[in-house]
Design a protein around this ligand. Structure first.
Ligand code: PLP
Length: 441
């Protein structure tokens, strides 16, 4: 018998062993300290080692570690659902808990399909999503995602999803097109696709409110999501917003779409919901969507062993308490602004930084070969990976992202520090990032 080893993402990489976390810092087994400026993948929104969350997790696991939702509900899941509903706009008041963001997307797609079935509208089966988006790595979520390199090896296994262009002014607007004009055109692409497919066949449109991993912190232009809402309403299509990365307070409001003045039919959460203290995701739907199921067949034809895991729910509940007691949503708006200003001050004139963008504490820089033409670097250079590795060698964790559609977009560096990041910590992040930018560009 041979000794087993972890199957790491990269089979050639030698990973240091992480042993401890404290605030914004992670430590490895050699005692080396890293500033976690991206929360892993925009997960650790309270930093590491938060005592209140650890205490809540410990209390829950000691009292009741697991129930199956086919038999019981729990105080933790009911309280968390009430809290999420209370913080969400409109009638987004029913919450289905999952173990991850990908599972939340899978459940959201199935809920959307079932909603139409319950209303005797069984012809609705098409999903429309956007290029340069990421919704997770399970097969349904991957099919809805527009990340070409992630999809490629698994293409034969994916359901058919129509992809339209994202709302990405820096890359997709025509020269001289105002954000308003561009937003109208980008939303019109959705209507055209619905009409092309036949509106009676379209079940849902799914999009990230702020595009995270693939395009690098791209918020929609003002008015775009309102137009999308209107188009979905007119054609009976459900609007699903994926806020796994940008929700749960990351942009300064509990849901990022609050800032766009829209209420989707379904929204997905993950990452910052449990802040990494436990794996947990959620699907939040309006009472209209829920009622279709409740007054129809009476059961979602979906479920998993770890739905609404009590320890995950207890962790997420404690995370929400820490956020609200610390006034952290307001603080995210403030520190997000500070981070954006620091990035602009340091890199705004850099010949290879084409765009600095984001919302709240989800900020990114796009690296370009040529600022005037916005030409991206050759993807073979893997610049975002090199930046990640260089920063790591300096003790800084940044999230590399890269995705290209027809030569548009390219390498980005994504920052997602914790909601309680301090001004000094922001300064240290930007200083180390400047060293990395100097080294790789
Ligand atoms: N949706 C978005 C917007 C994400 O950024 C991610 C993860 O990066 C997912 C879904 C998938 O979440 P998970 O990795 O927890 O399955």
């Amino acid at each position: 018998m041979t000794a087993g080893h972890v199957f790491h993402r990269s089979t050639s990489a030698i990973q240091p062993v992480a042993t401890r976390g404290e605030g914004i810092y992670l430590f490895d087994s050699s005692g080396r300290r890293y500033i976690d400026a991206c929360g892993g993948a925009a997960v650790s929104c309270l930093g590491h080692g938060n005592r209140a969350v650890i205490a809540a997790v410990t209390e829950q696991v000691e009292r009741l570690e697991y129930i199956h939702t086919g038999f019981f509900t729990t105080e933790a899941s009911e309280e968390l659902a009430a809290r999420i509903a209370g913080m969400s706009p409109g009638s987004l008041d029913r919450v289905w808990f999952t173990g991850s963001g990908s599972e939340a997307i899978e459940a959201a797609l199935k809920l959307a399909r079932q909603y139409h079935l319950e209303r005797d509208d069984s012809g609705r089966r098409h999903v429309i999503a956007r290029r340069l988006s990421y919704h997770g790595n399970t097969l349904g979520a991957l099919a809805a995602g527009g990340s070409a390199w992630r999809r490629k090896p698994y293409d034969p296994l994916l359901i058919d999803v129509s992809l339209i262009d994202p709302c990405f002014h820096y890359r997709f607007a025509e020269s001289g097109e105002s954000p308003e004009e561009y937003g109208r055109r980008a939303a019109h692409a959705l209507e055209q696709e619905i009409v092309r497919l036949g509106s009676e066949t379209v079940m849902a449109f799914v999009a990230e409110t702020v595009v995270g991993a693939t395009a690098g912190a791209v918020p929609p232009v003002p008015g775009y999501l309102k137009r999308v809402r209107d188009i979905c309403d007119r054609h009976g299509v459900l609007m699903i917003l994926d806020e796994v990365m940008c929700g749960s307070g990351r942009t300064g409001t509990f849901l990022s779409c609050e800032q766009d003045g829209v209420v989707p039919d379904i929204v997905t959460l993950g990452k910052g919901l449990g802040a990494g203290y436990q794996p947990i995701g959620a699907v939040v739907c309006t009472s209209q969507v829920y009622d279709a199921v409740a007054e129809g067949s009476g059961a979602l034809k979906h479920g998993q062993t770890y739905n609404a895991h009590p320890v995950g729910c207890a962790a997420a509940l404690a995370v929400q308490q820490v956020i609200s007691e610390g006034g952290l949503l307001d603080r995210v708006q403030d520190t997000g602004q500070q981070l954006a200003e620091r990035l602009v001050a340091r890199f705004g004139d850099h010949p290879h930084v084409g765009d600095i963008r984001g919302r709240g504490l989800l900020q990114a820089m796009e690296l370009v070969e040529d600022r005037a033409s916005k030409a991206p670097f050759d993807s073979a250079l893997k610049l975002h990976q090199r930046a990640k590795e260089d920063a790591f060698s300096r003790g800084l964790l940044i999230y590399p992202s890269g995705g290209t559609v027809d030569g548009r977009s390219g390498d980005h560096i994504l920052l997602a520090p914790p909601y309680n990041v301090t001004a000094d910590e922001l300064g240290a992040i930007v200083d180390l990032l400047a060293e990395t930018v100097d080294a790789v560009l």
